[in-house]
Write a new protein. Structure first.
Length: 435
């Protein structure tokens, strides 16, 4: 954990909610950037808007990608007309030395190394009209945001292969790019965890589930000087969460940063508007799990009325990380005492990195909902894990607002001698426990 992470603990002690970005190093596991349990770490999802762009090949085959290419009335109509089409496996500067006439060319750059700037520059200088960029997902439009002067379109790998096959089979390949059209609403599969959103678990502290929550990030229309620009990344997602945290603080001024984080995590969405599981983009699409989006995608209205919250006294953090704030002269005191496992911290999640022996983890909840409330535990254990919640029912009233329950976890992959069996158990499978 970085020094900056410990520095943010000062703010938490003052009641300030800290919101951090998960990072943009996905979709690989263990790329999460922030592991501070006192901060809210935000993953990124797309939104229900796309900029569909139709590419028509000379054989009348049509491919739909995404772009920010809009053609005004004063623009030349050449970009909407058929032009020469080529497919290159590499788009480095060396490829363009002695290349064919680029005037009017639409080029597919089948190069996912990120070396796109030479292609853009050479096409612009040579009078090219379009660049087609290949990506695992068309939701990631970051490569096209810097394209000026030519039409840049993102297509997925499968469509790129079809286009390149057409190019190889045709002596005089042609293509044209139509201006983008905006599509919104249920026609778009959203939210989905963005391909570049960093994933957990944390390498340093695997017993702390990260990220905590996911929020919109893709193609956010943002003000820039006297104009506007589309931005994508977890840096776009974090402000959404920070704003919601501010609103929650106004609604519940006495809630601690831990309480606000708990409210967000425990009320997050794990299904979309259709009731289907939220997906995560990667080299192949899959159902999202807690290492992709933490508790799920943020639900502001739900977070305002969570029912139960998991609160933490900031001084408790020192029991798990050796370092605590002591005094002004020595603001951070790091000692060598034995640390407790981080999963004993009263977080709204439980993450056990290596369940070789039965463990019992306690959680304390505070009722912030209706005074007289009854909560029943519903447990969905992953394959290979036995779980029990004690007690399975929590009853709250005016004099009993805080209660503690225990979760008993035990590996089911044991032989007669209580040795853990070797198996192909997926360590990323989630465990659900709802009140």
């Amino acid at each position: 954990m970085s020094e900056n992470s410990y520095g943010t603990l000062h703010a938490v002690l003052k009641g300030i909610v800290m919101v951090h970005t998960a990072g943009n190093a996905g979709p690989h596991m263990q790329t999460i950037r922030d592991t501070s349990p006192w901060a809210i770490t935000v993953a990124a999802t797309n939104i229900d808007r796309s900029f569909d762009t139709v590419i028509t090949l000379g054989n009348k085959q049509q491919i739909v990608g995404q772009s920010l290419y809009y053609q005004g009335k004063k623009d030349s109509s050449s970009r909407s007309s058929f032009g020469n089409f080529a497919c290159l496996r590499s788009c480095t500067a060396e490829v363009f030395d002695g290349a064919q006439d680029l005037k009017g060319l639409i080029l597919l750059c089948n190069d996912q190394t990120g070396a796109l700037f030479p292609a853009v520059q050479y096409l612009m200088d040579g009078g090219g009209t379009g660049l087609i960029i290949v990506s695992s997902t068309t939701d990631d439009m970051r490569p096209v945001t810097d394209c000026e002067g030519i039409a840049c379109v993102v297509v997925n790998i499968e469509d790129a292969e079809r286009m390149c096959q057409y190019y190889e089979d045709t002596s005089s390949a042609q293509a044209k790019i139509e201006p983008a059209g905006t599509v919104t609403g249920k026609e778009i599969l959203a939210p989905k965890v963005a391909i570049f959103s960093s994933r957990g678990p944390s390498v340093t502290y695997p017993a702390i589930l990260k990220p905590d929550i996911a929020a919109p990030e893709a193609n956010i229309l943002a003000a820039k000087q006297d104009g506007y620009v589309f931005k994508s990344g977890t840096s776009m997602a974090a402000p959404h969460v920070a704003g919601i945290a501010a609103l929650l603080k106004v609604l519940h001024p006495y809630w601690s940063p831990a309480a606000i984080k708990s409210a967000m995590v425990t009320t997050a969405h794990v299904t979309d508007e259709r009731g289907m599981p939220i997906m995560a983009e990667g080299y192949s699409r899959k159902i999202a799990d807690p290492f992709d989006y933490g508790g799920g995608t943020i639900n502001p209205c739900g977070a305002a009325h969570p029912g139960l919250i998991y609160d933490i006294d900031p001084s408790d953090y020192s029991k798990f990380f050796k370092c605590t704030i002591s005094n002004k002269r020595t603001p951070v005191d790091c000692n060598t005492t034995t640390m407790q496992p981080a999963y004993y911290l009263n977080l709204p999640s439980i993450s056990v990195p290596d369940l070789r022996h039965p463990i019992t983890v306690s959680r304390t909840v505070t009722n912030v909902g209706e005074v007289n409330s009854v909560y029943h535990a519903a447990v969905q254990s992953p394959t290979g894990v036995k779980m029990e919640v004690v007690p399975p029912v929590l009853v709250f009233d005016a004099t009993n607002k805080v209660q503690t329950y225990q979760v008993v976890d035990e590996s089911a992959w044991l032989d007669a001698n209580r040795n853990t069996k070797k198996c192909d158990q997926d360590s990323r499978k989630k465990c659900d426990m709802l009140w």
